[in-house]
Design a protein. Sequence first.
Length: 288
Amino acid sequence: MKYLKLLLLSCVIVLISCSDDDASNTTSEPNLIIKLKFDPTQGRLGNSGQPVSVAAGNAAQSPNVNRMSANYIEFAPNAFTLLGEGEIIFEGAETNVGGGNAIDFQNATFAGNNETFFTIPLSQVNDGSFDWVRVSLAYQEGNIDFLADDGNDYTGTLASFVGYNTYISTFDLNGSDIVVNANKLQGFWAFETLGFTAQGQAPEGATTVPNPLFDSSPIPQGSCVVTGQFENSLEITGDETEDVVVTLSFSTNNSFEWTEVNADGKYEPSAGEQVVDMGLRGLIPIVD
């Protein structure tokens, strides 16, 4: 009987040892990790991807962006790869609840500065060498400064819907509920400060969407597909054993622009100064 107990104990020890060995030999699959970064010191670009200054008669400031959402990310092999013909690695939720096809804001993916936007196994990404990345931006939220009619400076929270079309039911903006229940085209915005809220619409086509491939690979009017070039090509071989991390660094350099009524460089909505541009001002993809 004692011999039988010793034999059973030995078998249990062997089984536990084998189980531990199997666990130690298990390796996790490497991933492609996409992070976001918002940089107010990055170059300020126009629609053609060239440096531009603030338009005459306007003023601008660099908002403190808190979070952002994108609806589409694509790696492009070269400057002649047309939109949709590259390696599409992310597509966000869409809906037709509001009538036409639109970004589904309630089911969108968000990330803040230096945060992970999404992760995908590298086994789901086709091998290739990629020089460019395209990102269809959907939403950005951040703080801006403004001058009130009492002569004091305040800070408010701005929600900018820069996607081609977005269905919005309701959303929380700094503790205030904004009710929309409709599709909104690119340029819709909402603003909150001290419990007061306002909504508006930037002019059609006014949102800047930098695309250095303006001539060789255009994007549709009204979309917000920002294009950026890798300093060195991103190589996906299929033999990776470690995660590949790509940080999408967006320029917020004077990206909030308005028409000046009082030429003082301060945003004064009470004076009738109108928002004309909320588009980000460039994209640099960085392989960490």
